[in-house]
Ligand binder design. Structure first.
Ligand code: PLP
Length: 421
């Protein structure tokens, strides 16, 4: 008899909340001290720390598998190619992409957006055409559009945000007129933490026949992402904010859009046939992947995706959201502290200013206390101009941060504030 025939129906699995003490053991660097104080790393929106599984995957690649991909028939070459191409498949699953052939491996979001700017947008732009972006973008989702607009005579339109740091969605949609060839928006702001309503924007862009590019740099480390459910056309991610090595990332794009895009970089691996009478190109995604990639980095990215999957993205988001609420309340209690970015839907990123205290001074003195925060314009000059400030201090959190760290950070801020005010 089938051993399982009389098994009781299994209850839906509810997993215990993330245990930050256990998570911290996965990240070797978090054990170090800075200026004689235990490190409190609150700069994960800049780059995340890396779990041991990622470091070990890179190490294992170089010790046991190192070879170039797609070029050799020898055993090492085959192993390296299989491992590397496996990461493309995992990225497709991670992003909910219908096909692994829709994943172009890039050095990060910046390269992914530039690929769309030069290969998709530029050939389609004529004088008088428009591209739409927003006031809350990272320079990576502004400057490439400015460059292709300059070359083509097109205009870059900018959707406003509210003082609370939410996108003015109605204004964004109003800007999606008949001359718009491409709309761009960040999923999550790296300064404000705001989560934008991508599915709504994508639905409206689609109704108007305008392709939508989403900068997912700050979303992928914090939220479940499913490009099919979002309904956008291009989605860019970067590995180094997602527990993976620097120099890794990806562009997901709909197959029919990629098929119609000319190459951006020329060189090895992106061709079908080269001759001086004419060169033909490989199909996507290889058409956009000239040259030797960051193979070890991508192997590390594969390990990072497995790590995230093993923890569960909903669980990670729930843990971080609770930490965001705790940290927001704790920071709001600091006299003279003003939080910039108070959207209803946020990830665990908090930008702030303190009356009479220069951000760089604060960040420098916090560093002396072992607290790593970022101060500056965060590659978002237009957003700083909107708030009328040259810079903010930003504390950005990840699954390895704890309430105890928040308390110690706030106590350090208070000490520094009294010293500087
Ligand atoms: N977009 C956003 C929202 C970012 O926060 C960043 C990095 O800070 C980037 C783009 C650029 O990513 P990368 O430098 O990895 O290409």
């Amino acid at each position: 008899m089938n051993a399982h025939a009389h098994a009781a129906p299994t209850a839906p699995q509810t997993r215990a909340p993330l245990d930050p003490a256990r998570i911290r053991c996965d990240f070797p660097l978090l054990g170090r001290s800075v200026h004689g104080k235990p490190l409190i790393y609150l700069d994960s929106a800049n780059t995340s720390q890396k779990p041991a599984v990622v470091i070990e995957a890179v190490d294992h690649f170089y010790r046991h598998m190192n070879a170039n991909v797609s070029r050799a028939v020898h055993q090492l070459g085959e192993e390296a190619t299989t491992a590397y191409e496996g990461v493309r498949t995992r990225l497709a699953q991670f992003l909910g992409a219908p096909s692994r052939d829709e994943i172009v491996l890039t050095s990060g979001t910046t390269q992914a957006i530039n690929l769309v700017a030069y290969s998709y947008a530029l050939p389609r732009l004529a004088p008088g055409d428009e591209i739409v972006t927003t006031m809350m973008e990272h320079h990576a989702n502004i400057v490439p559009w400015q460059l292709v607009c300059e070359r083509s005579g097109a205009t870059l339109k900018v959707a406003p945000i509210t003082p609370a740091g939410e996108l003015d969605v109605a204004r964004y949609l109003e800007l999606l007129g008949p001359r718009v060839k491409l709309a761009a928006v960040t999923h999550v702001s790296n300064v404000l933490g705001t989560i934008n309503p991508i599915a709504q924007i994508a639905r409206e862009a689609r109704r108007r026949g305008i392709p939508l590019l989403v900068d997912g740099s700050q979303a992928a480390p914090h939220l479940p992402v499913d490009v099919k459910a979002l309904g956008c056309d291009f989605y860019a991610v970067t590995g180094h904010k997602l527990f993976a090595p620097t120099g890794t990332g990806a562009l997901w794009a709909r197959r029919e859009l990629l098929a119609d895009m000319p190459p951006f970089f020329g060189g090895g691996e992106m061709i079908r046939e080269v001759s001086f009478s004419g060169t033909t190109f490989a199909d996507p995604p290889q058409r956009f992947e000239a040259g030797t990639p960051n193979i070890a980095g991508f192997i590390g990215l594969g390990a990072a995706l497995d790590y995230v999957q093993s923890l569960g993205r909903e669980r990670m988001a729930a843990y971080e959201h609770a930490l965001l609420e705790y940290a927001t309340a704790a920071l709001q209690a600091v006299p003279g502290l003003r939080i910039i970015g108070e959207a209803a839907h946020k990830v665990a990123v908090i930008s702030f200013l303190i009356d009479g205290v220069h951000g760089h001074d604060l960040a420098t003195l916090l560093d002396q206390e072992g607290v790593a925060v970022r101060s500056g314009h965060h590659c978002a000059h237009p957003l700083m101009a909107f708030y009328g400030v040259p810079a903010t201090v930003r504390a950005s959190f990840s699954i390895y941060n704890t309430r105890d760290e928040v308390d110690r950070c706030v106590a350090a801020i208070d000490r520094v504030r009294k010293l500087l005010a």
